[in-house]
Structures are given as C-alpha cells and as structure tokens.
Design a protein around this ligand. Structure first.
Ligand code: GAL
Length: 382
C-alpha cells in the first residue's frame, strides 16, 4: 500500500513538472551526450520503454567506464515528455552479499525490458543473463517483478526457454525428420549440409532437454493483453518468439522460430494500426554496427517475410553506427513510432550513445531516415 502511494506521488510530481515546462518540444540529437536531471549522461543501454499512467519509464543496462559486465544493475529513468529524464536509480540491483546469486557483480545483464500486467498489477522485467565468468555460454533469460515501475524489482529466477517443447507450428513430418537428424554428422559449421540441418532444427533438438538458448531479447504486449518474448536463440542463428503466461512470469510452451539460420540479433517489434507486425533486427557482429534488417508478418506467429534494410541516409548501411534496441509507439498517435538504437563504445562502455529517430512510412512500409536533430512535433506535422 505504501509503495502504491509512492508511485502515485511520483506520477503527480512528474505531471506538475510537465505543466510547468510546457514550451515547444526539445530537440532529439542522436549520438550526443544526453544528460539526466543531474546533468549526467543517461546510463540505460540496450534499453526499452514502458509508458504507464502518463509517464515514460526507460530501463536499461548500467554500464561502467571500463567494463560492460553488470557492476550495478538495471537502471530506471522517468519522463513525462521523452526529453527531460529523471534518474530513478537502480531498478534491479546486482546482489553483492550472496555469491550464489545469478546476478552477482560481474555477471552480464543485457537488454532489459519491462511490461505491465494489468491482471496482477505487477511490473515484470525480463533480461538476458550470462553468469559471471562464463562468457556468453549460459544464454539464459531472467525475470524480476515489482509493484512500482521504478522498482525495486525482486529477482525471481533465470532459465533457458520452454524445455522439452518443440515449436508448435512444426508439422508431424518435420518432427519425424528432426528425430532422425544425427548431430555427429554436422560438426563443421557453415557447410551446406549443416545449414540445412540447422534450418530443420538441429540446435532446437540439441537444446530440448535444458530449454532453448536466449540472448538478445525483446518483449511485446499485443492489443489483447498477451505478451511475447522474442530472443536470439540456437547460438544466435535463429530468432524465436515465445508466448508468456498470463502473469508474464513464465513461458507457456508455445513458440515459433523466425528466419532460421538468419543470424539476427537486437529484435525490436511494433505493430501498425492495420494489424501488421514489424520487426527490426541487426546482424551478429558483437559491439560493431552492421546493416539493419526488417521483417513483417500478419500474425505474431508469422509467416515472417524479410524486407530490405529500413535505414536511409548517411551510414544507413551500418544502422547509423548503432544497433536496434526498441521501437516505441507514441501513445495516442496513430502509426507514430520512435526507432531506438545504441551506439556501443566497448572501450568506454558508459559513454555509449543513443539513436532515436522517427519511423516513417512509404506505401505502408516503414523506414528510418537519419536526422541530425528532430523534435516530437514531427509526428503532428505528418
Ligand atoms: C551484441 C549484442 C549485445 C551484446 C554484445 C556483446 O551483438 O547485441 O547485446 O551482447 O553483442 O558482444
């Protein structure tokens, strides 16, 4: 109850702040330093947004000056206008006093996303977790929950996804064929035979007992309130889209594979008013930028069709130097979206920058054009 009062008070203060600063909207300048209310560059990388009760909450990875490993945890910032950000502190902290915790300092906590569950009135966070000292081999997803959008989030658990389950759209014939695939025959990667075997689900089969791998990730809540987890799986070779349970705290076992052997990461989903699902992704080149990809589908379950690179303008062949992290639908505006990406700085991780650009449409197909600066009234001029 106390928590709820704090939440309400916080929202009210932000509301007052908006009224007082209702001037023309500030410019958004991608790639520059974005100071928070203390004048410090926002530290919320690989992030995502939650719009709740008139307030935007930005969750992201806290990065330190010398390492991308998690030394602090997941940050939360709040804003009523998307340009003035208040540092709300650490929403989910690393655990310093229990060496058996999954989230000890030095682990890897990436691409956190938070969604609100209207049935349970809880805020649910999922993120990509790698265990300390194990590189990227754990490939787990972790979940945490809170009563208030700013946290503190309570860590629940980490796991691989949907152990024992095959994609629900695999036909009986495909399942039978997968049964006969012999992993020993495909030790060497990238041969035509290996490619075909992966396409058929060789790594899905390999990971059946412990669950599917999950690294770069996204959450998406559909109009009917159902939530989905989208993640790079199968050694980053194939994306999977999995349904979350009603309370958003686990997976139902229902999932599909998208673009098998397509090597997609950094998925960012959005849905247009006529019901098409769009997804912007990147290739897999670590912290180095590459050319964005885009897919569309008439249903979250597919079929997903690939389109050309949606980026236009200088450095459009490397996503303007960034990598997708989220696409924010503008509340109350039809088909108005902001494409969000990270410009990584692996040698000075905390200095990584942000790219925010409006999504535009040409004959119903989204594209993202570089702009040195723009403001949110762009969406009113359409
Ligand atoms: C990127 C990925 C990031 C991070 C990085 C580590 O490809 O999108 O989230 O995992 O690799 O090298």
């Amino acid at each position: 109850m106390k928590m709820r009062k704090f939440c309400l008070l916080g929202s009210f203060c932000l509301f007052l702040a908006t009224i007082c600063s209702a001037a023309s909207p500030k410019k958004i300048r991608s790639g520059e330093i974005w100071p928070d209310n203390h004048g410090v560059h926002i530290n919320a990388h690989g992030g995502g947004m939650l719009y709740h009760d008139g307030v935007y909450y930005w969750y992201g990875e806290n990065k330190s000056d010398t390492t991308s490993n998690a030394m602090v945890g997941i940050m939360c910032y709040s804003s009523s206008n998307l340009t003035d950000w208040k540092n709300e502190g650490v929403a989910l902290s690393v655990v310093k006093d229990d060496e058996n915790s999954d989230i000890v300092p030095g682990c890897i906590m990436e691409r956190p996303k938070v969604i609100y569950n209207a049935k349970t009135s809880k805020f649910v966070m999922w993120f990509h977790l790698e265990l300390k000292g194990k590189g990227y081999e754990a490939a787990r997803s972790a979940v945490a929950v809170a009563d208030c959008p700013t946290g503190p989030f309570q860590y629940i658990r980490s796991e691989r996804i949907n152990a024992g389950k095959l994609p629900f759209d695999m036909t009986a014939a495909q399942r039978a064929e997968l049964d006969t695939l012999d992993a020993d025959k495909y030790q060497e990667w990238w041969t035509p035979a290996w490619h075909e075997a992966i396409h058929k689900g060789l790594f899905v089969k390999r990971d059946l007992p412990g669950g599917q791998m999950a690294r770069d990730m996204q959450l998406f809540v559909d109009d009917d309130g159902k939530a989905y987890h989208i993640y790079s799986s199968e050694d980053n070779l194939t994306l999977q889209i999995a349904e979350l349970s009603e309370d958003f705290l686990s997976h139902t076992g229902k999932y599909v594979r998208v673009a098998p052997v397509g090597h997609n990461e950094a998925p960012a989903l959005f849905k247009t008013s006529e019901g098409t699902y769009w997804m912007i992704t990147s290739g897999c080149t670590g912290w180095a930028p590459n050319e964005a990809r885009m897919f569309s589908a008439p249903s979250i379950w597919g079929p997903w069709t690939q389109h050309p690179n949606p980026c236009r303008g200088p450095k459009s062949e490397i996503t303007f130097g960034g990598q997708s992290t989220y696409v924010l639908p503008m509340p109350g505006k039809k088909d108005a979206f902001i494409f969000m990406a990270d410009i990584w700085r692996p040698k000075h991780p905390s200095d990584a920058r942000y790219i925010w650009l409006p999504v535009q449409f040409e004959q119903g197909i989204p594209y993202v054009e570089w702009m040195d600066s723009w403001s949110l009234d762009f969406f009113d001029k359409k």
